[in-house]
Design a protein around this ligand. Sequence first.
Ligand SMILES: C[S@@+](CC[C@H](N)C(=O)[O-])C[C@H]1O[C@@H](n2cnc3c(N)ncnc32)[C@H](O)[C@@H]1O
Length: 208
Amino acid sequence: MAVIRVIGIGPGDPKYGLVGQDEWFQEADIILGSERHLEILPEDYRHKGVVAPKKLKDLSQLLSSYDKDKAVLYLASGDPLIYGLGKWLSETFKGQVEIISGISAMQYLASRVALAMNDAYLTSSHAKTPNFDLIMSLSKVFMVTDQAIGPYQIAQEAVKRGLKKVIIIGENLSYADETITILPAEQVENKMYQMNVVVVLDEGFGIY
Ligand SMILES: C[S@@+](CC[C@H](N)C(=O)[O-])C[C@H]1O[C@@H](n2cnc3c(N)ncnc32)[C@H](O)[C@@H]1O
């Protein structure tokens, strides 16, 4: 089986990608990623792009089908080891995966609002129900989310517990339509949000 190099492409805008990525695009025979991730490829490398199957079983089969001498590059969003495919790939293809970290959407958001990530807890509501008792007991939590449990549902967990929390919502980070909203939990609206990162923060960080 081929060696798989996994690189973090950052939050999305290619200017937050890795300085060395052009060399890795060049070296690769096959470049896998989601449609959004493959959009970062410069014109010269587009023909190498293959949309990765969403189901892990299908992805595993596809990766296993490549010849040993093929150089496979997998584009992961943000940092591959922060709620990305890096963990699954390295566990599934032990010893055959090289991971290169990128700027996580969480780190990008922290920088945009100048909030240190020291002592932060990182978690996810992406396709799972997080442990809200734990989250609400901590002072600084960064979360990647999905449509089912997003900013409103997270904020309501604070409201329900009578906690004074500040919520930071970073939507479409690094893209032209990026929006960053900072609000007390009780003011977070029940509406559709774009792809987002949520920070749940105690008052007193000087952010709101
Ligand atoms: C499977 S996780 C991948 C996280 C990624 N490994 C990282 O370090 O940023 C996907 C989730 O990350 C968040 N995300 C990734 N890119 C984003 C962006 N540009 N803007 C806002 N949220 C983003 C969203 O919560 C999305 O549902």
